[in-house]
Design a protein around this ligand. Structure first.
Ligand code: 3HC
Length: 336
């Protein structure tokens, strides 16, 4: 039997009438659990704002996973070999799976998938800015794997220690799969970089286009990040946006050298004093424009998502009918 958390014991004490506990007492138990690095579980008491922040972040994350299937699926039919096609199909399917784990994690907070999808389709919830850029060549599949999945891992490994149990546990599996995605992207780019002159140029062009948007994935600079301070206090986020962005740059620089490709930033250089790389300014006006819906592919992505949802209505209906037919209540009714 699972051990009850202090939170759960407090809730039971109030329900039993063995302890008169008000919200202040619950808040104290919650604060102590977060301070002690214990996990908050779905049946535990939690502040409304903590719940709302988790739903916001997990929903945005889930939406990013399923919208992120589109730019890569664009190349499945044109993958240059059966091996590359099989790898890409598996990767796109993994992203769908990540969406499912994350929508399920949001459900444990009392928010259904229908509601979240409705918010995505009506523009009331965001998905990652990165997926509003087009995949123009085959090398973009490699650049997405190396840079976009690489950025995702840098951001998500610390989320495996998020204070909310179901989100943290979903992240463990997601990160393992993202790690495979990152490696396949790196290996694809390496093959192109060592190929013909034209292939090398194609790889370089893809890295030139995906580098800056990948840095934007980490979110606005710390002094403009609305949620970071509170999310870090709650141990939802373990590091700030700028901290993770810098970590990612440090990881990429030696990898770019091994790939024989150049990162498109003339100001990129090692800072001995800080023990990190300095890099050039990010064009935050581009980031804001993409978030407002004015990126190169915003319209296309959301139109395609709505269409996929509408065209999949019969599958959801069939699955619901099948589940109802096989539910214990229906089976009992039939036996009577
Ligand atoms: N794209 C779109 N919106 C972004 C963004 C981005 N790259 N970065 C920040 N934002 C939004 C925030 O959602 C917030 O908007 P809201 O108030 O309307 O919700 C606003 O900009 C302010 O940003 P904050 O820094 O205050 O927001 P957070 O504290 O939530 O930090 C985050 C942003 C770092 C992205 C954080 O939410 C996070 O770590 N999320 C989980 C990871 C995630 O969502 N990753 C998506 C990447 S894609 C992916 O994983 C798929 C894989 O296959 C590659």
């Amino acid at each position: 039997m699972a051990t009850a958390t202090p939170q759960h014991r407090a809730a039971e004490a109030r329900a039993d009438g063995t302890a008169e506990l008000g919200d202040a007492a619950f808040q104290a138990v919650f604060d102590a659990a977060v301070a002690a690095d214990e996990r908050i579980e779905p049946r535990d008491w939690m502040p409304d704002a903590y719940r709302a922040t988790l739903v916001r972040q997990i929903a945005q994350h889930a939406h990013s996973e399923i919208i992120g299937m589109q730019p890569e699926a664009n190349w499945i039919t044109r993958a240059p070999s059966l091996r590359r096609k099989a790898i890409l199909m598996a990767k796109v399917q993994d992203e769908a799976g990540h969406g499912l784990y994350l929508y399920s994690a949001a459900e444990t907070l009392g928010t259904g998938r229908d509601e979240l999808l409705d918010k995505l389709h009506s523009g009331r919830q965001k998905y990652s800015s990165i997926f509003n850029y087009p995949t123009l060549t085959w090398a973009d599949v490699g650049a997405i794997g190396w840079l976009v999945d690489g950025a995702a891992i840098t951001n998500q490994v610390p989320l495996c220690r998020c204070s909310y149990g179901p989100y943290a546990r979903a992240m463990v599996r997601v990160c393992k799969e993202e790690s495979f995605h990152q490696r396949q992207g790196y290996e694809l780019l390496l093959a192109l970089s060592r190929g013909t002159e034209a292939q090398h140029a194609m790889a370089q062009d893809a890295v030139d286009r995906w580098w800056w948007p990948s840095l934007m994935m980490f979110g606005p600079p710390d002094d403009e990040s609305a949620h970071s301070a509170q999310s870090m206090e709650w141990k939802i986020k373990r590091h700030s946006n700028d901290e993770l962005r810098r970590r990612f740059v440090d990881i990429c620089v030696p990898q770019a050298e091994s790939l024989g490709l150049t990162l498109p930033d003339p100001e990129l250089r090692w800072n001995e004093e800080r023990g990190q790389h300095d890099f050039g300014p990010i064009d935050w006006s581009e980031f804001k424009a993409v978030l407002k819906g004015n990126g190169p592919c915003n319209e296309q992505r959301i139109t395609q998502r709505r269409r996929a949802h509408d065209e999949g209505a019969w599958v959801r209906e069939a699955a619901a009918a099948h589940a109802a037919k096989h539910s214990p209540a229906t089976r009992e009714g039939r036996a009577v």
